[in-house]
Write a protein that binds this ligand. Structure first.
Ligand code: SF4
Ligand code: SF4
Ligand code: SF4
Length: 239
């Protein structure tokens, strides 16, 4: 069984996460090949599973289509490939024009594994399911459901991203903007467990929960629409 992993336009963090995957934990006959330099479309080989990371440039669309053609199952890994994420945001800010695409705008995606970078345990779990013939779905639960705390009403809003002492309370309650409420779970609430607010890297569970959270930021924290956009700009919306 071969999993081929291709890095398009990103920071390299997703490929680094993939390099840490132990193939033996997934399937005894699994080979994982990483392509940090994108091959020409004519050099793309057949594979059981292809994993794509990063956003897609216009000139890379042909390579992506060839990967789709040569694979049984296509996985979009990381928030850049599934949401646009940091790469899309920075490119748009710098160039003013849209130059990047997410994978599902260009071709059919079978499995999405979000995260910036994606969580190693989550990748291993989903790859195991894929190797067994399943198509794991994106979580419907939020980060709060994996957190030892429970979201509470904040006392006051703190603009700074304070790193707090461990083992205290829900970060929202302490006045920090933790986006766990509307963010897709699956990472084990990694950031709040380290007392760092969730910045929403796995994307929104759904638009309804995003709107509830935005109203909450407006009502309880007194944020104006520009400040809300500033807080949620990287991962809230698909491009
Ligand atoms: S999702 Fe995050 S870690 Fe992966 S390529 Fe994009 S910026 Fe880098
Ligand atoms: S700390 Fe963050 S993730 Fe944990 S319960 Fe509070 S809002 Fe949710
Ligand atoms: S807690 Fe939030 S920001 Fe941290 S890894 Fe999970 S989804 Fe991403």
């Amino acid at each position: 069984m071969i999993f081929r992993c291709y890095e398009f336009t990103g920071c390299g963090g997703c490929l680094t996460a993939l390099a840490a995957v132990n193939p033996k934990e997934i399937h005894r006959k699994l080979k994982v090949k990483l392509y940090s330099a994108l091959p020409e479309a004519s050099k793309i080989k057949e594979s059981d599973v292809s994993i794509v990371t990063g956003c897609i440039k216009r000139e890379e669309v042909g390579v992506l289509k060839k990967i789709r053609e040569k694979t049984s199952l296509l996985v979009s890994l990381g928030s850049c490939s599934s949401l646009g994420g940091l790469t899309y945001y920075l490119s748009l800010k710098e160039k003013g024009d849209r130059e990047l695409y997410i994978v599902e705008e260009l071709t059919r995606v079978d499995v999405t594994i979000p995260g910036c970078p994606p969580d190693l345990k989550d990748i291993t779990l989903k790859f195991k399911l894929i190797a067994e013939g399943a198509k794991p779905l994106i979580e419907k639960t939020n980060v709060c459901s994996e957190c030892v705390y429970q979201p509470q009403k904040p006392v006051s809003f703190k603009k700074e991203r304070t790193y707090l002492e461990k083992g205290s309370r829900c970060l929202l309650e302490q006045g920090l903007i933790c986006q766990g409420y509307f963010t897709v779970g699956g990472c084990g609430a990694k950031c709040p467990m380290g007392n760092v607010p969730c910045y929403g890297c796995r994307g929104p569970v759904n638009q309804f929960m995003s709107h509830i959270f935005m109203d909450f930021l407006q009502d309880k924290f007194g944020l104006n629409p520009e400040e809300i956009i500033e807080e949620t700009k990287y991962y809230l919306k698909k491009v």
